[in-house]
Write a protein that binds this ligand. Structure first.
Ligand code: NAD
Ligand code: KPL
Length: 304
């Protein structure tokens, strides 16, 4: 049974190359014919891991190709996910499984609403990869990926084991939303501040009080949502992530520095309306969102 990977960027490239290398049938779906021609001219997908770069001649196709899709990895950014799934919706088999790799929250529901018959599995990953050039991906540090159903009612799919053998650290969870919310909270406490202070993650240690205030409001929000376990020890984990990734630029800072749209709508932009609905005051988070939007506007970037 073939895998399809939609979104041949950093994470999509990493997943696709590892599947191909492991002997799994896999096809890339590229945005359109010009992109397909560009990919074919380069001879395939390049993956650098450590000192080794390999070229993998994965088959690729356009969204409108005729073959049906049974297992799909959706690996584009959150803000592109809905449009991307719509471009292949007609090709999905009735019992298709879709693995959603998007960070933050909000895009997963939008995708599931577009393809109500498919089984949408949500992932929360700390795997790292970046694009050296188009169709050349660099694996940037091993992480782990939690996968689960939204309602946590079904068993892990049998292919989880197969993928673990290909170099992924995958774990099944009955509570993927709690994992996604915890990651969202960590990203809300770190990423916007790195943009505002234009700093690497580790430099946030000089803004410890600001980080602590944000963690306290984020933990209160998680508790108010009935996600008390996801709130526990949030500040300590944020501090640990800042220390462990001290030398990194956050993904949001990287987006801003590259002049690209950020995923803020799926992080702070997703959390704040929920706080409002729950009538929970979160003044520090509101102020952070305003400051971030102002900075994005200054840089000529979309504020959503
Ligand atoms: P990316 O920008 O490197 O790749 C996204 C790819 O999707 C691009 O190649 C883009 O052209 C393609 N795409 C967009 N719309 C498309 C469409 N309609 N049809 C076909 N292709 C389309 O992004 P990424 O870094 O791989 O991130 C993907 C998601 O994974 C994001 O939500 C990100 O936050 C999350 N994530 C990434 C990393 C990482 O290390 N890169 C780590 C954790 C989570
Ligand atoms: O996930 C991250 C991101 O940059 O998006 C952190 C954990 C902050 C690491 O940089």
């Amino acid at each position: 049974m073939s895998w399809h990977v939609l979104g041949a960027g950093s994470l999509g490239g990493l997943w696709a190359a590892r599947l191909f290398r492991g002997g799994e049938p896999v096809r890339l779906i590229l945005r359109d014919r010009p992109r397909l021609a560009q990919y074919r001219a380069g001879g395939g997908l390049r993956l650098t891991e450590g000192d080794t770069t390999s070229l993998y001649p994965l088959p690729a196709e356009a969204p409108e190709a005729g073959n049906p899709i049974r297992r799909l990895i959706l690996a584009c950014k959150s803000y592109d996910a809905e449009e991307a799934i719509a471009s292949v919706a007609a090709r999905l088999e009735p019992d298709a499984e879709i693995l959603l790799l998007q960070n933050g929250l909000g895009s997963q529901d939008a995708v599931a609403a577009r393809v109500p018959r498919a089984r949408c599995l949500r992932a929360s990953t700390t795997e790292g990869a970046f694009r050296e050039t188009d169709f050349h991906v660099v694996a940037a540090g091993a992480g782990q990926t939690w996968i689960g159903d939204q309602l946590g009612t079904q068993a892990a799919p049998p292919w989880l084991e197969t993928l673990c053998a290909l170099g992924f650290t995958l774990r099944w969870t009955d509570d993927i939303d709690a994992r996604l919310w915890r990651k969202l909270a960590i990203n809300c406490a770190i990423n916007p501040l790195t943009v505002l202070h234009r700093c690497r993650n580790g430099e946030l240690r000089q803004h410890a009080a600001e980080v602590a205030d944000l963690c306290s409001e984020l933990a209160a929000l998680l508790e108010a949502m009935g996600l008390a376990p996801a709130a526990q020890g949030l500040q300590q984990e944020v501090e640990a992530v800042i220390a462990a990734t001290a030398n990194n630029r956050s993904s949001m800072l990287q987006d801003v520095e590259r002049g690209q749209r950020t995923e803020v709508s799926y992080l702070l932009g997703h959390a704040l309306p929920i706080a409002q609905r729950l009538r929970l005051p979160v003044p520090q988070l509101e102020a952070l969102h305003q400051r971030l939007r102002a900075r994005l506007e200054e840089r000529g970037l979309p504020v959503d």
